[in-house]
Design a protein around this ligand. Sequence first.
Ligand code: AMP
Ligand code: MG
Length: 286
Amino acid sequence: MAKKSKNPAETEHSANGLTYPDYRVPPGVGVDLSSVDAGQSEGYTRKKDVLGELETQRRRIQDLQGKLYAENKQGLLIVLQAMDTGGKDGTIKHVFSGVNPQGCRVSSFKAPNPEERNHDFLWRYHKSTPAVGRIGIFNRSHYEDVLVVRVKNLVPEEVWRPRFELINNFEYNLTRSNISVIKFYLHISKDEQKRRLESRLADPEKRWKFSSNDIKERAYWDAYQEAFEETIGETSTEYAPWYVVPANKKWYRNLVIARAIADTLEEIDPKFPPAEEGLENATIPD
Ligand code: AMP
Ligand code: MG
């Protein structure tokens, strides 16, 4: 693998407080997103450099997911958040290809419908959390209820601010029920968002993804960055950590996320259940 000897990310690590090379946010430490280079890639320069390792990480995820499913005692919730065009959909497609769909479910969250609005804000998310034996992926999540609602003034501060604690308690409750929680913020630069929006507009096969709302949302870039920074600082915990993933290079983003998921599954350490007793004498009749 072509790796440059000098690694810009390594020196950056101490400045922005993220652990390296997993980009985990330690509990109780704020994150300054403007100091995290969204274009960094550990010295790798091309997609080709990481394809081998990405495949290795995918295999680890597939093997461990097979055990998680068979064991049926522990689960994993993966939260994906990002600015528009940040790459949530692409991550799901590339990191989870090859994972047995029987043990994995993606839940995508849009603005709440009237029924959902008539419940507490966590209701619709709680219903979609994975059972033991399963992996659940949240494409947007309960974090929208401290992000978009804050930036767009959909609810007052005295409503959204206490949600940090409610979210931490919700995630703690999940981990106490053997559902591990990890959260990824896919970090792109404002320039990169412009390029991606332009390419969505220009390419007939991508145009369906373009929403004129994306242009309106882009005007709130700074307010979103501020909201993400505070949210990540308040809710990166020992039991449910955030990772701030450099995501301008899609192939590097996929690699970082695949590694973190594989490492987390390895920590969960699922095991195939023991075989039924007496099987050594079993024969299959003709
Ligand atoms: P997309 O993911 O591009 O399909 O867009 C989904 C939209 O739903 C985004 O504009 C989100 O901001 C919005 N959304 C998701 N969750 C919430 C929420 N809890 N409250 C308000 N808007 C939300
Ligand atoms: Mg969108």
